[in-house]
Each structure stands twice: as structure tokens, then as C-alpha cells.
Design a protein around this ligand. Structure first.
Ligand code: ATP
Ligand code: MG
Length: 461
């Protein structure tokens, strides 16, 4: 089997070989190259010790010397070169306490998580596939290297990684690998939030986010995202719905493009429903105020998983507004853009679309039509560059102060009042008219009031 290796990677491998060392491309990049996918990065494994690697290349970065990793810089690009190693004793289902370097490639491949991730390649030796990774790639199977239970006892994160790779590649879990996850998933609670976050994001932004269902079936979400299990158990006896809250969420995820903020927002959009569920006399379920409760839960979960503030803020806002339906008028949509924000509004439309597509198909048509209309009204607002934010308002806080208003929080209130008038009617966005209106409404200057009433009625707001 032949693999196309980038020239720079080959150069590193050849340089190491010329100095008497072994070196191979290894892991994810070999897997992806065999599958014809573009590898995210090319990792190199070598028999050379870190100091020996550093001596051979002009520019290197000590990325993780104690783990054997040196980053070799070629131009702007960096390549991680890691010494063959075996992992020492594992502590508490997490990181190995220490690593030992070895001169054996097979030993290095043996420590890797799955057979498809345990292949190495260079042009000289061709493919080194000691654990039948190619066969599993062909079959579409995620299988642990060695005994699954042992491997998951060493590092519990591998259980979530198994689901993540099955979601990225559309693969199934091999039977023993699956059984071991069901048995040992409780150990995931010992894994750091940062590592879980990274795998969860990769799972969610993969071509198969609905594989979250497998994480649920095998008990993983019970440990890392128990709120989802509550959603899976929450029925929705309501004409708009045909699925439980959890199943609806999985179907909505499938209808969402693979963007991190979007997929997270869709994941959380109905998480509050179980808490607010009521059933009326006819037996119909209702979920009043669920967006606010979902928003609060999303914030809690994102903090727990150590997400950054920007992601958290955007996701919360999208969850909060996911069920907001503006009046189908230009003014209604301008108001919606103002409340939701220009940056998030296009994403809000996408969340709504995904939500609708995962509801009762018999009732989708009018909802999709209304959504399309909102989209068209929005496009026109953008084309016309109509004012939808304070920034675009023809009057600023400074203008108000120059007109005699005292500085302070009162200014914000006046500006918001003026903005509401302009959202209603864009033609009102003229400095002179808005200042007059501010003076009239907030009555600080009698002379200005007189000036206002001297105007033709048509010129007034
Ligand atoms: P991606 O495309 O997401 O980068 P990847 O397979 O390269 O996928 P990484 O997390 O970058 O995954 O890890 C690189 C390689 O290191 C893996 O292919 C695997 O061989 C090994 N590896 C990574 N994490 C573990 C782990 N927790 N246990 C065992 N081996 C691991
Ligand atoms: Mg990688």
C-alpha cells in the first residue's frame, strides 16, 4: 500500500533515517491518508531520543520533552516528532505517571488506543500494521489494541474517543470494545473536563452527531452529560412532536451544519423541557418557558465542561432565542435582529430550521414558510442597511449630552427609546428629528419643546 506523504514530512523522516534512526508517520494521519481524508496534522514517531531529534534540525520547540515530543519547524509549519515510548503505570484511569522510551516501533504502536490509530508508514518500509488496522478500516470497525477492558482501565477517556471516532468515520464499535465501555464508563468521571470537552466537540461537529445516542446507550452520557439522559426519558405528547425530547434533539443535530456553536446550541435548546413539563386535561404536554430554563442549564453545563466565555455566551443566547417568533413584518424582524444581535441572527435562523425539521413532519410546512419569510425580510434589512443597533442610530450619547442631557445611565434609556422608534420606522433615523423627540419626550428644555411644536406636524415623529 502506498500513501502520499507531504514533502516536509518526508524530509523529516529522511533526515532522521540518514542519521541512523527509524522514523515513521504514525496514528491519525496514516488512518486518514488510507481513507483518502485530509489529515489534520502529520505526527512522526522515531527511535531517536528528543535530544537527538533536536540536534538534527535547525528550529525546534520543546513541546513535551518529558513525553518525548519535539516540534520540528519547517518554514511556518510545525511537526510533532515523538520518541517511541511505552506508557508507564496508569494512575486512576487517567494519564500515565511516567513514560519510558523504547527502541521498538511495535511497543510504541501497542500503547495506542485503536487498531485504526496504530499504524505507521514511511516510504522505505511501507505500511507497518501490527494490529490489523487496515482490516478494521475496511470493515468500518473501532477496536481497541489489545484487551478493551485493560485499555479503558488505563485511560477512561478512550471510551469517549471510541464513540468520537465512530461519529467522525461512520464506523461501528466492535463487540468487546462496546461491552467494555458499558462496564467501565463510570470511570469517565475521573477524567478532566478539558479532555472530555475536546472529545465531545469532535463528536458533535462530526458527520454523525447522532452517535451521541450510542454514548447514551452505553452509559457514557450518564457520566459526562446526565442532563441528556433526562431528555431521553422525557416524552412529548404534543401534536407538534413525534419524538422524546432527547430523540428530537438527536434528529435536530442531524439537520444542523457541522459548526461548533450551532451544534452546541441545538444540543442544549430543549434541555430545560423536562423541568417545566406540564400535562393538561386532554393529556397534552406543554413546556412553557423552556428556553430560559434551557439557557440556564446550557450555561451550567458549559461552565462545568470548561468552555470558553465566548462560546458559552453565544450558545446561551441562541438557546434563549431558539423559540422566538418575530411578527412577519419588517419592523418585527428588525426588532428580532436587535434583540438577538446581528452576529447571531443568521445562526438563530439555522437553529430554528433544524428544530422544525425534527418536529412532526405533518406540521412542518407552514413553519418552514414563516421561517423563510423571516429570512427574506432579514435579507432586505441588510441590503437596505437599515438601523438595527444603537451603533447605527443617528444620535449618540454624546449628541444627547451636547443637547443638554446629563450624562449617566439615563442616556441609555433615552437612546433605547429612540432606537425603538427607528426599528418601527427606519425613516425616523435622522439626527435632528431624533434629538427633537428626545427633548419632547424627556422634557428637559422648554425652548426645545417649543421648537418641536413649531415644526410641521409631518416633520414630527
Ligand atoms: P484527530 O484527527 O482528531 O487529530 P488523531 O487520531 O490524530 O485524530 P489525536 O488525539 O491527535 O487523534 O492523537 C494522535 C494519536 O495518538 C492517535 O491516533 C493515537 O494513536 C494516539 N492517542 C491519542 N490519544 C490517545 C489515548 N488517550 N490513548 C491511546 N492512544 C492515544
Ligand atoms: Mg491528531
Amino acid at each position: 500500500m502506498q500513501i502520499q506523504i507531504p514533502e516536509k514530512v518526508n524530509k523529516i523522516i529522511r533526515t532522521l533515517a540518514a542519521a541512523g534512526h527509524e522514523a515513521y508517520a504514525v496514528g491519525g494521519c496514516v488512518r486518514d491518508a488510507v481513507l483518502g481524508r485530509e489529515p489534520a496534522d502529520w505526527d512522526i514517531t522515531t527511535s531517536a531520543l528528543p535530544m537527538e531529534v533536536k540536534a538534527l534540525f535547525g528550529r525546534t520547540i520543546d513541546t513535551g520533552l518529558q513525553h518525548g515530543t519535539v516540534t520540528v519547524m519547517l518554514g511556518q509549519e510545525g511537526f510533532e516528532v515523538t520518541t517511541y515510548r511505552v506508557d508507564g503505570e496508569y494512575e486512576d484511569c487517567r494519564h500515565p505517571k511516567e513514560v519510558q522510551f523504547t527502541r521498538s516501533l511495535t511497543e510504541d504502536l501497542k500503547r495506542r488506543d485503536f487498531t485504526i490509530n496504530a499504524m505507521a508508514y514511511n516510504e522505505e518500509a511501507g505500511l507497518v500494521d501490527a494490529f490489523d488496522g487496515i482490516a478494521d478500516l475496511r470493515k468500518g470497525v473501532i477496536r481497541c489494541v489489545g484487551r478493551a477492558e485493560e485499555r479503558f482501565m488505563e485511560d477512561a477517556l478512550r471510551m469517549l474517543r471510541a464513540i468520537r471516532f465512530s461519529a467522525q468515520l461512520g464506523f461501528v464499535l466492535e463487540e468487546k470494545t462496546r461491552a467494555a465501555i458499558t462496564k467501565l464508563c463510570g470511570n469517565l468521571k475521573k477524567v478532566s473536563a478539558e479532555r472530555i470537552q475536546a472529545e465531545l466537540v469532535k463528536l458533535l461537529t462530526s458527520p454523525h452527531p447522532e452517535k451521541l445516542r450510542e454514548a447514551w446507550e452505553s452509559g457514557i452520557t450518564q457520566v459526562v452529560l446526565p442532563e441528556f439522559d433526562v431528555c431521553m426519558a422525557c416524552g412529548q405528547n404534543n401534536p407538534h412532536h413525534i419524538y422524546s425530547v432527547g430523540e428530537h434533539t438527536l434528529h435536530a443535530l442531524e439537520q444542523t451544519e457541522a459548526d461548533k456553536v450551532l451544534r452546541l446550541a441545538v444540543l442544549f435548546h430543549d434541555f430545560g423541557k423536562p423541568q417545566v413539563k406540564t400535562t393538561d386535561a386532554e393529556g397534552i404536554d406543554h413546556f412553557k418557558r423552556h428556553p430560559e430554563v434551557s439557557e440556564e442549564l446550557a450555561g451550567k453545563i458549559l461552565r462545568r465542561l470548561k468552555f470558553d466565555n465566548e462560546t458559552t455566551g453565544q450558545v446561551k443566547k441562541l438557546v434563549w432565542c431558539h423559540d422566538y417568533h418575530p411578527a412577519l413584518t419588517p419592523a418585527g424582524v428588525r426588532r428580532a435582529v436587535n434583540r438577538i444581535g446581528e452576529e447571531l441572527f443568521p445562526l438563530y435562523l439555522k437553529v430554528q430550521r433544524a428544530d422544525i425539521l425534527a418536529q412532526n413532519p405533518a406540521m412542518q410546512e407552514p413553519k418552514l414558510q414563516a421561517l423563510q419569510e423571516v429570512g427574506q425580510l432579514y435579507d432586505r434589512i441588510r441590503q437596505e442597511k437599515e438601523c438595527v443597533t444603537l451603533k447605527q442610530l443617528a444620535v449618540s450619547g454624546r449628541d444627547l449630552m451636547e443637547a443638554g442631557f446629563a450624562s449617566g445611565p439615563g442616556l441609555g434609556e433615552i437612546l433605547q427609546y429612540l432606537l425603538e422608534l427607528v426599528l418601527e420606522e427606519p425613516k425616523r433615523n435622522r439626527k435632528d428629528r431624533l434629538l427633537q423627540e428626545a427633548l419632547r419626550r424627556y422634557k428637559i428644555s422648554d425652548s426645545a419643546n417649543e421648537a418641536f411644536y413649531d415644526m410641521d406636524a409631518d416633520d414630527r415623529i
